[in-house]
Ligand binder design. Structure first.
Ligand code: UDP
Length: 317
C-alpha cells in the first residue's frame, strides 16, 4: 500500500487533501502542530484504518518509520491575519520545515509536493499572473514573512530537485474557500459570512475595488491531486480565473445569507495586492484541469458549513 505524509493535514486544504488521498487508496500520515489547524477538521478520519495523526512541528527533525511514497508540505499559517500574528513561525515552517520535509523525501525516495502560493507574485505588475512572472514582493513588509518564506521554499524545492534529483512538484495556490475555513481566520470570505450570519457589520477594507479570484476547495483538491500524479516539476498555478472585487463578494454573501448587516469600509491593510487572477493555461494544458464549481454554488456550501459551526457554538447544533 502506498503511503503519503501530509504536513498541515489538520488545516483547511490539508484536511481535504488527507480525505481525498485516503479515497485514492493511500495510507495517510498527517502531521500538524495545530497552530492554525484544528483537530475538528480530521475528527471524522481518526478512526480510519488508513489514517494516522501525529501532533508535530515540522520545523524539527522528522523521523517516520517505514516507507513513504509521497510527501505533501502544506503546513503554514496562510491567512494574512494568521501569518502576521505568527511571523517567525511562518518564516520557519516555510524555510526549516521545507528543508526537513525535503530531506525526508530524499531519504525515503518519496515524491514531494510543495504548497506554494499566489503571494509569490506579491502586488503583481502583470495581469493575469502566469507562472513565468517573477513577482513584485516587498520583502520587509508585513506580508513578506509569508511571501518570502514561500519563495525560499520554492527555491529549496528546485535545489533538491536539481542537486538530489528529488521528484518534486510545486503548486501555486490562489485564494481558495470552502468548508473547514476557520471562522476567525481573518480572510475576506470567513469574515463576511460570519459577520453576515451574526448580523454584524461586514468589514470591507479599502473601497472594495481590489480583486481576488476565489476557487472552491473541491476544485483545488482535484487540481493538486492531478499535479501530484503528473510528471511536471516546475510551478503550476491553480485557482479560479473568475475575478471578483471584494465589494462584490461582500454584497453576494449578504444576499445569499439573507442578512441585513451593513457593509462598512475600513482602512486597506499595508501591501494588500490590488489585483489577482491566475493564468491557468498551463494547468489546463498539462493537467486537463479547470474549476467546475461556480462561486455562488461554493458559497452556498460554505455558508451551510459556517451556519453549522455557529449553531454548535451556541449549543444548538
Ligand atoms: N478583506 C476585506 N475585509 C475583511 C477581510 C479581508 O475587505 O474582513 C480584503 C483584503 O484586504 C483583501 C481581500 O479582502 O483585499 C482578500 O483578503 P484575504 O485576507 O481573504 O486574502 P489575501 O488574498 O489578501 O491573502
Amino acid at each position: 500500500m502506498e503511503r503519503a505524509l501530509v504536513t498541515g493535514g489538520a488545516g483547511f486544504i490539508g484536511s481535504h487533501l488527507c480525505e481525498r488521498l485516503i479515497e485514492e487508496g493511500l495510507y495517510v500520515i498527517c502531521l500538524d502542530n495545530l497552530l492554525t489547524g484544528s483537530p475538528d477538521n480530521i475528527a471524522h478520519l481518526l478512526g480510519h484504518e488508513r489514517f494516522r495523526f501525529i501532533k508535530y512541528d515540522v520545523t524539527d527533525y522528522i523521523h517516520i518509520e517505514g516507507r513513504l511514497d509521497y510527501i505533501l508540505h502544506f503546513a503554514s499559517p496562510a491567512s494574512p491575519a494568521d501569518y502576521q500574528r505568527h511571523p517567525i513561525h511562518t518564516l520557519k515552517v516555510g524555510s526549516l520545515g521545507t528543508h526537513k520535509t525535503l530531506g525526508l523525501a530524499k531519504e525515503k525516495r518519496a515524491r514531494y509536493l510543495l504548497a506554494s502560493t499566489s503571494e509569490v507574485y506579491g502586488d503583481p505588475l502583470i495581469h493575469p499572473q502566469p507562472e513565468d512572472y517573477w513577482g513584485n514582493v516587498n520583502p520587509i513588509g508585513p506580508r513578506g514573512v509569508y511571501d518570502e518564506a514561500k519563495r525560499f521554499a520554492e527555491a529549496m524545492t528546485m535545489a533538491y530537485h536539481r542537486v538530489h534529483r528529488v521528484d518534486t512538484r510545486i503548486v501555486r495556490i490562489f485564494n481558495t474557500f470552502g468548508p473547514r475555513m476557520r471562522l476567525d481566520d481573518g480572510r475576506a470570505i470567513p469574515n463576511f459570512i460570519t459577520q453576515a450570519l451574526k448580523g454584524e457589520e461586514i468589514t470591507v477594507y479599502g473601497d472594495g475595488s481590489q480583486t481576488r479570484s476565489f476557487c472552491y476547495i473541491d476544485d483545488m483538491v482535484e487540481g493538486i491531486v492531478r499535479l501530484l500524479f503528473s510528471d511536471y516539476n516546475l510551478p503550476v498555478n491553480l485557482g479560479n480565473p473568475e475575478e471578483w472585487s471584494v465589494l462584490k463578494m461582500a454584497e453576494t454573501i449578504r444576499r445569499l445569507t439573507g442578512s441585513t448587516s451593513p457593509i462598512v469600509f475600513k482602512p486597506l491593510p499595508v501591501d494588500d495586492p490590488k489585483i489577482r487572477q491566475p493564468d491557468i493555461g498551463l494547468a489546463k494544458r498539462i493537467l486537463g484541469w479547470s474549476p467546475r464549481v461556480g462561486i455562488e454554488e461554493g458559497l452556498v456550501e460554505t455558508i451551510r458549513y459556517f451556519e453549522g459551526v455557529l449553531c454548535g457554538e451556541k449549543g444548538l447544533g
